[in-house]
Design a protein around this ligand. Structure first.
Ligand SMILES: Cc1cc2nc3c(=O)[nH]c(=O)nc-3n(C[C@H](O)[C@H](O)[C@H](O)COP(=O)(O)OP(=O)(O)OC[C@H]3O[C@@H](n4cnc5c(N)ncnc54)[C@H](O)[C@@H]3O)c2cc1C
Length: 362
């Protein structure tokens, strides 16, 4: 195998290109990325808040949890490596994540998660209401789980650095190159990392699939300025209606708030539901009543329809074609481990990481 073509340059395609670029010389690979847009990260990745929440996630065990924890564990080193190579700024929050709870019953479940994560090698701390007030001031919560290891990264800045580093290492990026038909590409291996754009590309290869492989699930977010809030950690909280909100500090008194979860499809661009997001934030922290809205946007998450998220591995009956998509709400979170698995599959045909549960079945 000599040539590898990656289709799509969101966070998944860019991370894979970078990973492959590190072994390009020794393995004699020619890696090309074909992207439909004029720049990277202009679709789901550009809308993302970049929260890397693996340790604090309510799901305690299972293959997906194992992959998420493995992915998170790669991030600190990845960011140092990229910053050193490219000299570019990548906003990366190492101040931990505070997961807030309103229900007094939350403590029992939280304590059992703390014990499970401890055995998995990750720290979590339970904070009583009073401790939250002392450490984080104005938050209206019964209690919270503080996770020192969870992170947030600025997705477009991350992808820009990945593309710069991969380019320097010899990967070729072709912009404004929408792929219409996979059979038009002559390459030893193809990897489909085109998010929602994967639907038409794979349709002809999945004969038993009657509906689209991926469904768009909308999300809206806002950037606000809140003087004197002084929040350093990322905050995640479940709202009373079962939805959740992330609050991501950006520096200079600015924060991202989001994102909504919308299953009813409406074409982009859409109006962001600023009022809803602000009300949710105010319910947890009244200081958000002073928020000045600086920017609003909406995006679509690629969610597998009838398959487990994400979709990894070989396209059935086409061993030279691989797919890495459908990361739904966790594409930035899962990008490093997805790139590792896909690289292993490209170079050796298998991976020590668990990928088979996420493979398409013929
Ligand atoms: C509002 C919102 C908030 C989110 N917050 C988070 C978060 O906090 N943490 C997290 O981990 N995830 C989050 N996500 C999810 C995350 O954004 C996605 O899972 C992730 O970006 C998917 O990356 P991707 O590379 O697969 O897809 P994309 O970013 O969509 O990239 C696919 C690329 O393929 C290109 N393409 C498509 N078709 C073709 C074609 N035929 N030929 C060539 N190129 C093509 C597209 O132009 C695009 O650049 C959020 C998503 C949204 C919408």
């Amino acid at each position: 195998m000599k040539n590898i073509t990656i289709i799509g340059c969101g966070v998944i395609g860019a991370m894979l290109a970078y990973e492959l670029s590190k072994c390009r010389i020794t393995d004699g690979l020619e890696v090309t990325v074909m992207e439909a847009k004029s720049d990277p990260a202009m679709v789901a990745t550009g809308a993302s808040l970049g929260v890397l929440m693996a340790v604090c996630s309510a799901k305690a065990r299972g293959t997906l949890v194992r992959l998420r924890l493995a992915s998170l564990s790669k991030y600190d080193r990845l960011i140092s490596e990229l910053t050193e190579q490219t000299n570019q700024d990548i906003l990366y929050n190492r101040n931990g994540l505070l997961n807030l709870y309103r229900s007094p019953n939350a403590e029992t479940t939280a304590r059992s998660l703390i014990e499970i994560r401890r055995k998995q090698g990750f720290e979590l701390q339970w904070l009583e209401h009073q401790k939250i007030i002392e450490r984080f001031s104005q938050w209206q919560a019964e209690g919270g789980l503080f996770s020192p290891c969870d992170r947030a990264v600025h997705p477009p800045q991350l992808v820009k650095a990945l593309v710069s580093a991969a380019t320097e290492n010899g990967v070729k990026f072709l912009w404004n190159r929408p792929v219409k038909n996979l059979e038009d590409i002559s390459s030893d291996r193809l990897v489909i990392t085109s998010g929602l754009g994967s639907n038409p590309l794979v349709a002809t290869f999945l004969k038993n699939q009657t509906q689209d492989l991926l469904q768009p699930v909308g999300g809206q977010a806002v950037r606000v300025k809140v003087p004197n809030l002084n929040l350093k950690a990322i905050v995640h909280a479940e709202n009373e209606d079962g939805s959740d909100i992330n609050i991501v500090p950006l520096g200079d008194d600015q924060y991202w708030l989001g994102a909504t979860l919308e299953f009813e499809y409406a074409p982009l661009p859409r109006q962001a539901n600023v009022t809803l997001l602000l009300e949710q934030a105010i319910a947890w922290c009244p200081t958000f009543a002073r928020a000045e809205v600086l920017e609003t946007w909406a995006g679509d998450r690629p969610r597998p329809d009838g398959f487990q998220s994400p979709i990894l591995g070989f396209v059935p009956n086409h061993p030279h074609m691989l797919i890495a998509t459908g990361h739904y709400r966790n594409g930035v979170m899962m990008a490093p481990v997805t790139a590792q698995i896909t690289k292993d599959l490209l170079l050796t045909g298998d991976s020590d990481l668990p990928w088979r549960p996420f493979a398409l079945k013929s």
